[in-house]
Ligand binder design. Structure first.
Ligand code: G3P
Length: 220
């Protein structure tokens, strides 16, 4: 399973990347706005900085346009920034058409805002490199987001699509555990969720005892 971090914050990306467990980054317009990044030059420079941190990793950069021509123009420019860029396109009629266009141009894509298995199937047929089902946002409306991951996984296995499931809107470690059990190829989560994966109270208790007993060994 690959781990992507869902943030545009460079310090958070560095922190998780330094653990040696990071395979990529996903951003979206909300995450970019949270960092206070404005203007095309600054936005592009920020994506380049992210790509440089996760050397060899995949970095999803989302188009801001919602019309086909705008998505194509933006996506082609984004793809030029760095070889790690994956153009993130919303799940709409124009978005699917744009994904088909980018696929023919060998530009990788991430179809975002996926909330049904049928949307995922259409994105796969258009050639999306990734589909991003939003687990947490479905949970928020009392619908089990993990059921969607299971359904998409079953469909993709039936037909051997190359499209990878990028489980998004991940809120806590149980989401990652369940996605790993189902077989999602990638999860994208905030830094805190990855750090939470490291924790167990018995680890803390055990380490405290080892440290106390270690002092009796008088190494120094
Ligand atoms: O990047 C898309 C997705 O991961 C958003 O997550 O927490 O805003 O629902 P969230």
């Amino acid at each position: 399973m690959r781990f992507f971090i869902d943030t545009a914050n460079l310090n958070e990306i560095r922190e998780i990347n330094n653990l040696g467990i990071l395979d990529g980054v996903t951003t979206n317009p909300s995450l970019m706005a949270k960092e206070g990044i404005t203007g095309k030059n600054n936005i592009f420079a920020h994506y380049k900085a992210i790509c440089d941190i996760v050397d060899g990793g995949e970095v999803s950069a989302e188009v801001l346009s919602t019309d086909y021509a705008g998505m194509i123009r933006e996506g082609e420019e984004l793809a030029e920034i760095h070889e790690g860029i994956v153009v993130k396109v919303p799940m709409t009629k124009d978005g699917i058409r744009a994904i088909h266009y980018f696929t023919n141009k060998d530009i990788r894509t991430n179809c975002t805002l996926v909330f049904s298995a049928m949307q995922a199937l259409v994105a796969a047929k258009a050639g999306a490199s990734f589909v991003s089902p939003f687990v947490g946002r479905l949970d928020d409306i009392s619908t089990d987001g993990l059921d969607l991951i299971e359904s998409i996984n079953e469909i993709f296995l039936n037909y051997d699509y190359d499209t990878e499931i990028l489980a998004a809107s991940i809120r806590h470690p149980m989401h990652i555990l369940k996605c790993a059990e189902i077989g999602a190829h990638v999860v994208t989560a905030p830094a805190k969720v990855f750090l939470d994966l490291l924790n167990h109270p018995l680890t803390d208790i055990g380490l405290k005892k080892f440290v106390e007993d270690g002092q009796k060994l008088k190494l120094h």
